[in-house]
Write a protein that binds this ligand. Structure first.
Ligand SMILES: [Cu+2]
Length: 123
């Protein structure tokens, strides 16, 4: 009698363990998947700028996707809120050689850009 009660309790506990670990996995996935979208006005000029900016910014920590609209020169960045933030992304854009909102382009990076891309990055 006692032994079968014990087995029953152990079985229930095992089920609880499984449910708790599934819940834990589910929640931690939700947290790590938290993203935000940032739009930054840049000084990009041409298709070379678009390629360069998109290619380099996507390797920045926490950046999930990058898309530059050449008509508006606005870059749309999807990023993990846990790993980075808007200021870090603007700083990264500056280091690639382009102005990002109120932040001017990094001088050294700007000087290395192809001539066609040097227009108003240092404003
Ligand atoms: Cu360019």
């Amino acid at each position: 009698m006692l032994a079968s009660d014990l087995t029953l309790i152990l079985r229930i506990m095992n089920k609880i363990k499984i449910i708790v670990s599934i819940l834990f996995l589910f929640c931690s996935n939700l947290i790590s998947a938290q993203t935000d979208t940032l739009k930054v006005q840049t000084s990009a000029e041409c298709g070379t700028c678009k390629k360069k900016l998109e290619k380099e910014l996507v390797f920045e920590k926490g950046v999930k996707s990058v898309n530059l609209n050449l008509d508006t020169k606005v870059v749309t960045v999807v990023y993990s809120v846990e790993k980075t933030n808007a200021d870090k992304i603007r700083a990264a854009i500056s280091k690639i050689g382009y102005a990002a909102d109120s932040i001017p382009a990094d001088k050294k990076a700007y000087d290395r850009l192809p001539d066609c891309c040097k227009k108003d990055g240092m404003k």
